[in-house]
Design a protein around this ligand. Structure first.
Ligand SMILES: Cc1cc2nc3c(=O)[nH]c(=O)nc-3n(C[C@H](O)[C@H](O)[C@H](O)COP(=O)(O)O)c2cc1C
Length: 220
């Protein structure tokens, strides 16, 4: 018979956990589409989800071999475009592509192909930004124009045998655009009953469910 919480935590009863070795640790973060400028002035779109924000900063985890990472570290400018759940097929249409030509060998092995015009492949529309050179994606209800302020390489324990490394990129958001339909009229607030991010959860796409409640600091 269980007598205290320590015994429960040890693996019996309703809170039974087992050790697993998942191939990814993607518990659930929003999908963002980075638009960045290629050296010839055309635009690349990089789907990503390793993103979080604090104050006016966003922090992005980007593999070293991605064209988007190369572009934004050279140009120091990007737009982070946040799609709504219904756009997931468009994102999946460009998921097996890269703006890099030739395709890096480890990506080619995984079925990636080069695409010069991902707007065309996805059926998305470029829309001029105000303060940065890469365009926004018109279909995405929330768009952050941003400037790169720092880029860090991962900590020393990253295994050198991995085929690719990644960078931790910090960007300052300089302008936020939100579609009129998801803004509470006359305010700077997002109407959370009308906005749902597209979430990437263990390599599956999800929207969000019903509102469960709000934190004590919520303004609306
Ligand atoms: C939903 C989704 C989320 C992804 N998240 C990331 C991510 O957070 N960081 C990253 O480097 N790549 C991520 N990828 C993989 C990149 O999209 C992929 O490397 C792509 O080839 C990058 O395009 P680019 O080389 O043209 O920049 C994600 C892909 C998908 C479909």
């Amino acid at each position: 018979m269980l007598t205290n919480k320590t015994e429960l935590a040890a693996g019996e009863g309703d809170h039974e956990h087992i050790e697993i070795k998942p191939s990814v640790l993607y518990v659930g973060t929003p999908v963002a589409l980075i638009t960045s400028l290629n050296p010839d002035g055309t635009t690349n779109i990089s789907p990503m989800s390793s993103v979080w924000s604090l104050f006016d900063r966003v922090v992005l985890g980007l593999t070293s071999t991605s064209k988007g990472r190369e572009n934004l570290m050279r140009e120091r400018q990007l737009v982070l475009n946040f799609p709504s759940p219904d756009l997931w097929p468009k994102i999946e249409a460009i998921a097996p592509t890269t703006g890099r030509d030739p395709v890096p060998p480890h990506k080619e092995k995984n079925g990636y192909r080069f695409e010069a015009d991902k707007f065309d492949v996805a059926g998305l529309t470029p829309q001029a930004a105000d303060l940065v050179r890469p365009p926004r994606i018109a279909e995405c209800p929330i768009q952050f124009e941003a400037e790169v302020v720092a880029a860090h390489s991962p900590g020393a324990e990253w295994p050198l045998e991995r085929p690719e490394a990644f960078w931790i990129v910090e960007a300052k958001v300089v302008r936020v655009h939100a579609h009129r339909d998801i803004v509470i009229a006359g305010t700077n607030h997002i109407d959370t009953s009308r906005w749902s991010p597209l979430l990437y959860v263990f390599r599956h796409y999800f929207g969000t469910g019903p509102d469960l409640g709000r934190t004590f600091k919520a303004e609306r």
